[in-house]
Design a protein. Sequence first.
Length: 352
Amino acid sequence: MSDAPYPVHDAVPIDALTAWVQEHVPSTSGPLSVDHLFGGSSNLTFRVRDDANDWVLRRPPLGRLLATANDMGREFTVQAALVGTEVPVAEPVARCDDADVIGAPFYLMQWLEGVVYDDADAVAHLTQAGAAAATDQLVDVLAHLHAVDFRSVGLSEFGRPDGFLARQVARWQKQWVAAKQVDVPAIDEVLERLEKSLPPESGASIVHGDYSFNNTMWSRADPARLVGVLDWEMSTLGDPLTDLGMVVMYWGDMGELLWRTRAPQPHRLNPGFPGADHLIERYASTSGRSVDHIDVYCVLAAAKIAVITTGAQARLAASDPERAADITPTVEAIAELALDRASASTIPGLRG
């Protein structure tokens, strides 16, 4: 039985999908089955199988979307480009840009066998040494992503890295105005401070946009081996330290706030998982990049997640206003985390 908050057929009409697959995927064999894996307010993920194949289907959520969000073409393109690099990804199979087929653009990729470390229960089997090794692998794969020559893998037109940081601040200001349900002064304050404290950009690379343990898959046989980076919906070309700021903030209280209904986040209970400072130091060592302005990137990450969470709230408001209202404390708490990090920084402009 699916745990999706809607009938699976509403998101993936099986007859329409079957007809499209039979026309566009030569290897198809026999009837399709579709099972919901996860996703509700973000992109939706389903397992699709026939007699010969095991795939994953990704499509946007049902309901209102923020501008530029939930772009299936981006996910497909970046994963196809990264196949064969040091960044493990699921191999894309086929893509459909015609929203009339199942109600939204979608794509298929090969199924990856593994486990997602999305809560403490998922890493209960790890030794302390294994937890430390998995942490380093998480950071090292991120550094490998940022080391990929995006031009050589055909992604020269995937984004505009020049001026990326300034555009990010402007973008999330605009998205905040478009999506906000209630006034949250802390978000306005941190976005204003970010405008005053942007450092010179650290370089240009492929950026994932939402990198964390929750968006990676790990080997069951070798628990410290990362077998797939997932959820590329926010990927682009830009400043690589935006990814580091995101994973550092997820490593702290922000992850607990976002996923408070789950068991604690992976690194909370096993003492083998190091603190967030280790992630920063490991990345600096592996990548060779300066992390002197990491506070700016951490504050930007938290502001971004607060706005994205508000976008999810806005989509929910039309169908379930009471549940949508329950999201406001989470948005406010994440905004306060961003403001606290900014105020504790030594970077002029950021600390207020």
